[in-house]
Design a binder for this molecule. Structure first.
Ligand code: NOJ
Ligand code: CA
Length: 701
C-alpha cells in the first residue's frame, strides 16, 4: 500500500485491498446498527443492487424500506448496480460543553456503522454510508472518496474532480400515510419558511420543509431533518406515492442541485425518534451531528436581552426611511439606551439607520449602503453613549436579497461596526423565495433560492466574516438551522418561521396554536428570534384583525418556551409603563428576571398544536424558570416540580392567567403571586384560551 497521509487515502487503500481479497458476488446482505439502548435499529441493504435502508423503534417499523443514492451528471453516480463490500462498526460516548445554549453539557452517545458500496460492474466506484444511531434518533450521510473512475468519465480533463449532483435518491417511507399526522410548511414557495403550519395526514402533503414532524398511529413521534448543512443544497421532502417522502434538493437556477468536487460528503439526514411529543424536544441529535467549534475562544459571544427601534415600523408609528417618522434617530436611540441601562438590557437594535430605505425598500437591494448612516443617526455618538452605560448598539444589515451588493460592502460594514463596539448584527434577506440575486460568470443576473447551495454559502460568508471581528449574527429570512451554532457559535440566532411581526401586519396574524406547534417543529432545528414580549396586545383595538392572539401571561411564557440566547422585549418601551408613563408594569419584572442562557432544559409535557410545558435551569445559578402555553382551548395543567433540586426550598414567582382571562376580549387579566415550593410539590393552573403561565423558581437562601 502506498504511503498515506490522509484518511481518504487510507480508506481508499483499505477498499482496494478489500476488493482484491473479497469476491464481489456475495448475497444481498443486511447490515445493521442499533442505538446504545437497543431500541432503535437501522438496517441497510443492497437488494437487487439498489441501496436501501429501514428503521425500527421498539420492534416497530418507523421508516419502511427506503431508497438511497446520489445521481450525477453526466454519470449515473450511485443509484443502481451497487453492492455492499465492507462494514465497519464503532461506538462513542463522550460529553462536550456548549459555550451557550439550552443545555450546557451534551452527551454524544452513539453506535456507528460505516458501509462501503462499490459498483457491481465498475468495482472501482466507491461510495460510503456513515450511520450514527443514538438513543434519540439517528443520522446518516453519504461520503464519496476520491476515485479515478469518477474523475475520468466526468470530463475530458483527466484530473477534473468536479461533481454535479442532479438528484439525491434518499427516501423516508412513513408507515400508514393515512393514519399518520404531519405538521409541515410548504417548501419551494414565495414566503420561504414563513407559512402557517399545516396539520394533515401524511398522505395529504405535497412538498415540505424540514424539520418535518409526524405522529404515527402508535403515538411514536418522528422528526425528519438534516444536520451540518454547508456547501450543499437544502433537503426538502417531496411526497411521491402515499407515504414515500423523497429528498428534493433545492436547485440552482440552472437546475443542478449541488456543485461540488471529490472528495465530498453530504449533510447528515436525520430522524429523531421519541415515544411522545416532548421527547423530540429533549434530544441533542442535531447538535451532536455537527462539527465542534471552529472559532476557538468564543467568550466574546454573549447571550443577552435587547430592545429596539423595530416594532414601531411594523405598527406604522415609525418608518425605516427618512422623514418625519424616521425611527433611527440619535435622540430615539439614546432614549432606548437609557431604558436598556435602567432595566438591565444588553443591547438596542436599530433598523433603518443606513441609507437606502427610502421608497419601496423591498426593491432597494442594490442601493443599500452598509456604511453610510442617515444624517439624523450619529453612529459614533450613539455607540459611545451606550458603551458608557454598558449597553451595545445592535447593528442591522438588510440585503433585500441583493447579496452581491452586501458581499461587496461586507468587510467595510463589519469593520465599521467593530470600530464602534458593535458585537451583534441582525441580517435580513427579504426577497421572495427564488429571488436571491446572483451575478454569474458572464455578468448575467440569476435568481436563486434562499435555501439553494449558492445562498447557503452567502449566509455562511456573513457569519465567518463577522466572526473575524468578534461579531455575532442573528439572521432573518435565513436558511433553516441545522445545528451550525456548534461549529460557528457566533451564529447566535435566526428567524426561519413566522415570528411576532405577523401579529402587527395581520396577514393573517399567528393563530393561538402557532406557538404550540413551533417547539415541536421549527425549534427542533435551533434558536429562534421570535421576539416576544408585546404588552399592548392589540395596538389597533381588540376587534382588529392584526393583533397578538394571546393573553399577557402567554407572552411572558414564550421567553421560556421559544428558546433563543438573545431575547427581545419587542414592544415600544412606552407600553411597558403604566398609564402614568412612569411606573413600570408589574408583569415586566418577569422579562427583567428571565435569563437567556441555560444549564439544563426539560420539556415536561405537551402535545403538538395543543400545549407545552418547559422547565429550564439558569446557567451559573440554582434558579429554574418554567413556561407553559396553550392553543385556543383553555386547559388545566398539573406540574410536578420534581425537576427542582430535592434539598432546596424555592420561592415560586408566578405570572398566570387571571380567572377571567381569555385571549379575545380579556387578554390582560393576569395574577402575579408568590408561593414557597419544593421538589415534592405539584402546581395546578388553569390556562386561559391562548393563555399561559410563566414562573421563576428562586432558591430561598
Ligand atoms: C424582516 C425581518 O423579519 C424584520 O424583523 C425586519 O424588521 C424587516 N425584515 C426589515 O429588515
Ligand atoms: Ca421575516
Amino acid at each position: 500500500m502506498k504511503h498515506c497521509r490522509s484518511w481518504i487515502c487510507l480508506v481508499n487503500g483499505l477498499i482496494s485491498t478489500l476488493l482484491i481479497s473479497l469476491p464481489i458476488h456475495i448475497q444481498a446482505a443486511t447490515h445493521s446498527q442499533h442505538s446504545p439502548d437497543g431500541q432503535i435499529v437501522f438496517s441497510v441493504n443492497d437488494d437487487t443492487g439498489l441501496p436501501n435502508y429501514s428503521v425500527s423503534y421498539k420492534g416497530q417499523a418507523v421508516i419502511k424500506k427506503s431508497a438511497l443514492g446520489l445521481e450525477f451528471k453526466p454519470l449515473d453516480g450511485f443509484v443502481r448496480n451497487l453492492k455492499i463490500v465492507q462494514e465497519k462498526k464503532s461506538s462513542n460516548d463522550s460529553t462536550w460543553e456548549q459555550p451557550w445554549g439550552e443545555q450546557r453539557l451534551m452527551r454524544d452517545h452513539h453506535n456507528e456503522l460505516l458501509v462501503t458500496f462499490s459498483g457491481t460492474e465498475n468495482t472501482t466506484k466507491i461510495m460510503q454510508l456513515r450511520v450514527r444511531v443514538f438513543n434519540d434518533g439517528l443520522g446518516f450521510r453519504y461520503e464519496v472518496p476520491p476515485q479515478k473512475s469518477l474523475e475520468k468519465k466526468h470530463s475530458s480533463k483527466t484530473h477534473n474532480k468536479k461533481i454535479e449532483i442532479v438528484d439525491e435518491k434518499t427516501e423516508f417511507v412513513i408507515p400508514d400515510a393515512d393514519k399518520t399526522t404531519a405538521w409541515w410548511i410548504p417548501s419551494r414557495n414565495w414566503n420561504r419558511y414563513e407559512f402557517l403550519y399545516n396539520t394533515t395526514a401524511v398522505k395529504d402533503l405535497d412538498r415540505a420543509h424540514t424539520p418535518f414532524t409526524v405522529r404515527l398511529a402508535s403515538g411514536i413521534h418522528l422528526s425528519i431533518h438534516e444536520a451540518a448543512l454547508t456547501d450543499y443544497a437544502a433537503m426538502t421532502l417531496d411526497q411521491q406515492r402515499d407515504g414515500t417522502l423523497k429528498a428534493d434538493l433545492t436547485p440552482w437556477s440552472d437546475g443542478i442541485k449541488v456543485k461540488t468536487q471529490l472528495p465530498f460528503h453530504t449533510p447528515w439526514r436525520t430522524i429523531q425518534i421519541a415515544s411522545n411529543a416532548s421527547g423530540l424536544i429533549n434530544s441533542s441529535l442535531i447538535l451532536n451531528l455537527n462539527e465542534p467549534n471552529k472559532l476557538g475562544d468564543v467568550s466574546w459571544v454573549k447571550p443577552g436581552k435587547y430592545i429596539g427601534i423595530w416594532w414601531g415600523m411594523h405598527v406604522n408609528t415609525q418608518t425605516w426611511g427618512s422623514g418625519e417618522k424616521h425611527g433611527a434617530t440619535t435622540e430615539n436611540t439614546k432614549k432606548l439606551m437609557d431604558f436598556a441601562a435602567q432595566y438591565g438590557f444588553d443591547g438596542v437594535l436599530v433598523e433603518g439607520w443606513n441609507e437606502g430605505w427610502d421608497g419601496d425598500w423591498y426593491q432597494n437591494g442594490d442601493i443599500f449602503s452598509f456604511t453610510k448612516a442617515y444624517p439624523d443617526f450619529n453612529l459614533p455618538e450613539i455607540t459611545a453613549y451606550g458603551l458608557e452605560k454598558n449597553v451595545h448598539l445592535i447593528g442591522h444589515h438588510e440585503t433585500a436579497g441583493a447579496v452581491i451588493n452586501y458581499k461587496n460592502q461586507m468587510a467595510d460594514a463589519f469593520d465599521l461596526y467593530k470600530k464602534h463596539g458593535v458585537t451583534q448584527v441582525k441580517t435580513g434577506y427579504v426577497a421572495d423565495g427564488g429571488k436571491i440575486k446572483r451575478i454569474d460568470e458572464n455578468g448575467i443576473i440569476r435568481n436563486e433560492w434562499h435555501d439553494g447551495q449558492f445562498n447557503i454559502g452567502e449566509y455562511l460568508r456573513s457569519v465567518t466574516e463577522a466572526a473575524k471581528r468578534q461579531i455575532s449574527i442573528n439572521t432573518h429570512e435565513p436558511i433553516k438551522d441545522t445545528g451550525l451554532r456548534r461549529t460557528y457559535p457566533n451564529w447566535i440566532a435566526r428567524e426561519g418561521a413566522r415570528g411576532q411581526e405577523y401579529n402587527a401586519w395581520g396577514s393573517p396574524p399567528n393563530p393561538p396554536e402557532h406557538t404550540v406547534i413551533l417547539p415541536f417543529t421549527r425549534m427542533l432545528s435551533g434558536p429562534m428570534d421570535y421576539t416576544p414580549g408585546i404588552f399592548n396586545l392589540a395596538p389597533y383595538g381588540l376587534e382588529a384583525e392584526n393583533r397578538v392572539r394571546s393573553t399577557l401571561a402567554k407572552e411572558l411564557a414564550l421567553y421560556v418556551v421559544i428558546y433563543s440566547p438573545i431575547q427581545m422585549a419587542a414592544d415600544l418601551i412606552e407600553n411597558y409603563y403604566e398609564k402614568d408613563g412612569k411606573t413600570i408594569k408589574p408583569a415586566f419584572q418577569f422579562i427583567r428576571d428571565v435569563p437567556t442562557d441555560w444549564e439544563k432544559t426539560q420539556a415536561l409535557a405537551g402535545e403538538i398544536g395543543d400545549y407545552i410545558v418547559i422547565a429550564r435551569q439558569q446557567r451559573n445559578s440554582d434558579d429554574w424558570f418554567l413556561g407553559a402555553i396553550t392553543d385556543e382551548n383553555a386547559r388545566d395543567i398539573k406540574i410536578n416540580l420534581n425537576f427542582l433540586d430535592t434539598d432546596r426550598q424555592y420561592e415560586a414567582q408566578i405570572y398566570r392567567d387571571g380567572s377571567k382571562a381569555e385571549w379575545q376580549k380579556n387578554p390582560y387579566d393576569i395574577v402575579i403571586e408568590k408561593k414557597s415550593v419544593s421538589a415534592k410539590d405539584q402546581l395546578e393552573f388553569r390556562l386561559a384560551t391562548s393563555g399561559g403561565v410563566a414562573i421563576r423558581f428562586k432558591v430561598i437562601k
